[in-house]
Design a protein around this ligand. Structure first.
Ligand code: GLN
Length: 543
């Protein structure tokens, strides 16, 4: 079977959820027995998002093979439940970088190097490479940005050429657009969609399917109208209804027959769709009554895209514990000014996420001390493990000036220090310790209990590490080293011996949580929070 290519473009406004749309269709097609992969084309000039601020870009998602990628890759993995690689995300920056390197090597000797054909050829060959290397039946390509943006033009031009050069039944263009309800007119409005489809047609691309984001079902009359103006048949106008959780989107698409239409248009065999397990999971989750609150003590709390994978990991963990996990966002810089006061009151657990730089660190230490001393379940991720180590050194080992050399290069007690392998590195892009590494867990620890196995693999993104010179003192005073690299040199996990659930990890478990299976650390953290809350309520009533 020839590989099929489904391109997603977006129109009218950004943030319509193109990543979720690609992931949801991917899930449905995978459930029909096809192998699916998803490629994100990002129009910016950075080679990857690794050097961008979370304010610019949200979370940087790290793949198994250590690529720093767009956060949409997280959705792809969580929905279609397979690992993406560095091939699954490319940018204008990467494309040009490769073209310019080829030019310098002399590969284009004699030619003027131009957007058409050299840049568009590079884009097309990347798409083909993804198909060849992943051997997928279906490659979904998400084109970042919105139709009409100058920056995404080369990608759209490459798409136009790609269609011309491939059999009509092997490619499909899905255009995600907005059909807003205008309250004053009491009507759904189709004009923005008409204009956006017109922009696509101007550059030679005719959409095959219109996926209309809207807050109410489009009736047949409206579909006919959109179809007529946009030059698609009315059955190819699909409603993408707003739903409560993103994991309902595939179910909503299935009800609208979106995947059936795709199968038909691409001439694929009509195998049965198998989504019973997902349907049951969502129905059960929607009926959950219990709620628990977890405090996320971080720096970018007003910008939840920065913690996308953590948020989703709590949804998965909530599904497996039959509880809605409500997240309380605590800006640790503010904690430094106000003190703890009531900010953490009533939370069943405290999480300190990854991060960089000194801002807000002291507030994180305050929250961690509170969790340690009051036996509140705690999960520290990457910087969170590092902060838990600093807090322990200061307040348990009485090393008052203990710190990470990231925040104070001259600290007398550098319990966290720069990794040896990082010392000679000066370039910032792609040079951290990145991607999947093995870790050996210690017998009889919360870590081993959670994973149920001795050796695990987790993904990393850091430059600093626990300083082994302090290991013995930590262990002698009740901090267990519960996971290390196979050669024993790198501390990957820590936990408090005398605490119901206090765990730190140098890696990012949130990058491996899936809709089909919550990450064991998040699952057990939420379970511990529920347990803590039960005991706390009991104590309140007993008083
Ligand atoms: N800034 C710390 C380091 O580089 C932590 C990084 C992180 O939390 N991802 O080691």
């Amino acid at each position: 079977m020839a590989t099929k290519f489904i391109f997603f473009t977006g129109g009218v406004v950004s943030s319509l959820g193109k990543g979720i749309a690609c992931s949801s269709l991917g899930l449905l097609l995978k459930s029909r027995g096809f192998s699916v992969t998803i490629l994100k084309l990002d129009p910016y000039i950075n080679v990857d998002p690794g050097t961008m601020s979370p304010y610019q870009h949200g979370e940087v998602y790290v793949t198994e093979d250590g690529a720093e990628t767009d956060l949409d890759l997280g959705h792809y993995e969580r929905f279609i439940d397979s690992d993406m690689s560095r091939l699954n995300n490319t940018t204008t920056g990467q494309i040009y970088y490769n073209v310019i390197q080829k030019e310098r090597r002399g590969d284009y000797l004699g030619a003027t190097v131009q957007v058409i054909p050299h840049v568009t050829d590079a884009i097309k060959s990347h798409i083909t490479k993804v198909a060849d290397e992943t051997q997928s039946d279906i490659v979904i390509v998400e084109i970042g940005g919105t139709v009409g943006d100058i920056e995404s033009l080369p990608f759209l031009e490459a798409l136009r050429q790609f269609r011309l050069q491939n059999a009509p039944e092997d490619t499909l263009v899905v255009h995600l657009t907005l059909v807003p309800f205008v309250a004053a007119a009491d009507e759904l409005k189709t004009k923005p969609t008409q204009h956006s489809v017109m922009r696509l047609r101007e550059i030679g691309i005719q959409a095959d399917v219109l996926l209309c984001r809207t807050d109410r079902i489009l009736d047949e009359g409206l579909k006919e109208k959109i179809g007529l103006f946009c030059n698609v048949s009315p059955d190819a106008v699909k409603t993408a209804l707003d739903v409560k959780t993103i994991y309902e989107v595939p179910l909503q698409y299935a009800r609208s027959g979106f995947d059936e239409l795709v199968i038909k248009r691409l001439n694929l065999p009509d195998r049965p769709r198998r989504i019973d397990a997902l349907e049951q999971k969502i129905t059960r989750y929607k009926n959950v009554k219990r709620e628990i609150e977890i405090a996320i003590c971080g720096k970018y709390v007003s910008l939840q895209d920065a913690y996308k994978s953590i948020i989703e990991s709590f949804v998965h963990a909530g599904m497996e514990n039959d509880v809605h996990v409500k997240l309380r966002w605590i800006n640790t810089e503010e904690l430094e000014e106000t003190g703890l006061t009531d900010q953490l009151r009533g939370c069943g657990g405290i999480l300190v996420p990854g991060g960089f730089g000194e801002r807000g660190i002291e507030g994180k230490l305050m929250a961690i001390r509170h969790a340690r001393e009051n036996k509140i379940p705690f999960l520290g991720i990457c910087l969170g493990l590092q902060c838990a180590s600093i807090e322990f050194a200061r307040n348990v080992l009485s090393l008052e000036q203990a710190n990470s050399t990231e925040f104070n290069p001259d600290t007398p007690d550098p319990v966290i220090h720069l990794m040896e392998s990082q010392k000679d590195i000066s370039e910032k892009g792609g040079t951290m310790r990145l991607g999947s590494y093995p870790c050996i867990l210690t017998e009889d620890t919360l870590a081993q209990k959670a994973y149920g196995q001795k050796e695990i693999r987790e993904r990393h993104r850091h430059r600093w590490e626990f300083n082994n010179a302090y290991r013995e003192r930590f262990e002698a005073n009740g901090m267990r080293i519960s996971g290390v690299s196979p050669d024993g040199t790198l501390v990957e996990m820590i936990e408090l011996a005398n605490h119901p659930w206090f765990v730190g990890c140098q890696f990012h478990p949130e990058l491996k949580s899936r809709l089909s299976k919550a990450h064991p650390l998040f699952r057990d953290f939420v379970a511990a929070a529920l347990q803590y809350e039960t005991v706390r309520n009991h104590n309140i009533h007993a008083r």
